[in-house]
Write a protein that binds this ligand. Structure first.
Ligand code: F6P
Length: 350
């Protein structure tokens, strides 16, 4: 078969592991040939391609990012999007397409599947919040980086008797904040699933200081919301405007909290925004293996003719689910993990 491959949305470590596994198994076991579409859906719309053969994937396993590059282009926002994609399929004699991405990229894949295009999905998001799969690659690497940063911030916070607020990624779900916060023994963990209660945050920090622990580490997901009185809750944004999928650019909750905590407690406070550091660099061994397993699962789905499906991890098994199910909702931090955090954190105090 002749198969196209694309990576869409935010990059994350492990994407190259997926690409390599698809190409290696496809070439060596199924006799497939591949076309790499560059920069996500933009590459399919504009037929921007690269050669994707065994030589092209040689040596890419430990490399972060994606050799196909990526973008947040929304193909279905273009009035002639579907026609252009169908034209690209025809021009290249493609039998199928594997789309590696999060809910936005897979949402486009679902629309193409509805229109009869033969497409298979592979889940990808650093935020680990895609429904229908237990873990996405890149998440483990991000948690490792964030945990190392938190470890480092402990010693400088302690030396200066400071509060340090660490802002991590997590638009709709606080998986990175939760895992890195627990692993890095944070004093407070704030996630999008629960609106921030500033009085309780400051109360907890004050209680710790009163008990003789003169520094605190607060981990906050960038998508955690602050109460805005009658207006309800809102995110802190880094910039105006939205991307092609309607997402605002988050960022700044760490600075906001640092200012508020210092004002309310009188303790010197700093913030550290980890940002894209969490998405860059070499994937962890876990993510290399998980990406490889997803890649092998995706090429198998193509050959089983299971179009409109997304490869998925359930327990420790690779399986598949309909794309519709994967994009139906975000997978948010569950009560089990919240209980783990609650078991080791101090009880919130006002
Ligand atoms: O793709 C998920 C994510 O990493 C979010 O956690 C974050 O809000 C967003 O992407 C950042 O996007 P960009 O790299 O386009 O600034």
């Amino acid at each position: 078969m002749k198969i196209g491959l694309l990576t869409g949305g935010g990059d994350c470590p492990g994407l190259n592991a997926v690409i390599r596994a698809v190409v290696r198994k496809g070439t060596n076991y199924y006799g497939d040939s591949f076309i790499g579409f560059l920069e996500g859906w933009r590459g399919v719309l504009d037929n921007k391609t690269m050669t994707l053969d065994l030589a092209a994937v040689n040596g890419i396993l430990p490399i972060g990012g994606t050799i196909l590059r990526t973008s947040r282009t929304n193909a279905t926002k273009q009035p002639d999007g579907l026609a252009r994609i169908e034209a690209t399929f025809k021009k290249n004699g493609l039998d199928a397409l594997i789309a590696i991405g999060g809910d936005d990229t897979l949402g486009v894949a679902k629309k193409l599947d509805d229109a009869g295009v033969k497409v298979v999905g592979c889940p990808k998001t650093i935020d680990n919040d895609l429904a229908g799969t237990d873990f996405t690659f890149g998440f483990d690497t991000a948690v490792g980086i964030a945990t190392e940063c938190i470890d480092r911030l402990h010693t400088t916070a302690e030396s200066h008797n400071r509060v340090i607020v660490v802002e991590v990624m997590g638009r709709d779900a606080g998986w990175i904040a939760m895992y890195a916060g627990i692993a890095g023994s944070a004093d407070v963990i704030l996630i999008p699933e629960r609106p921030i209660d500033l009085a309780a945050v400051c109360g907890t920090i004050r209680k710790q200081h009163d008990a003789g622990k003169l520094y605190s580490i607060v981990v906050v997901a960038e998508g955690a919301k602050v109460a805005t009185g009658a207006a309800g809750e809102s995110n802190v944004l880094a910039a105006g405007g939205v991307d092609e999928f309607g997402h605002a650019r988050l960022g700044g909750i760490g600075n906001f909290l640092a200012t508020e905590i210092e004002k309310r407690t009188g303790y010197e406070t700093r913030s550290a925004i980890l940002g894209h550091i969490q998405r860059g660099g070499t994937p962890s061994a876990f993510d290399r293996v998980l990406g490889t397993r997803y890649g092998l699962g995706a090429i198998d789905l193509v050959h089983e003719g299971k179009f409109g499906q997304m490869v998925s991890l359930k327990g420790n098994k690779i399986t598949s689910i309909p794309l519709a199910e994967a994009i139906a909702s975000n997978r948010r931090v569950d009560q089990d993990l919240m209980s783990v955090a609650e078991g080791v954190l101090d009880k919130p105090a006002k």
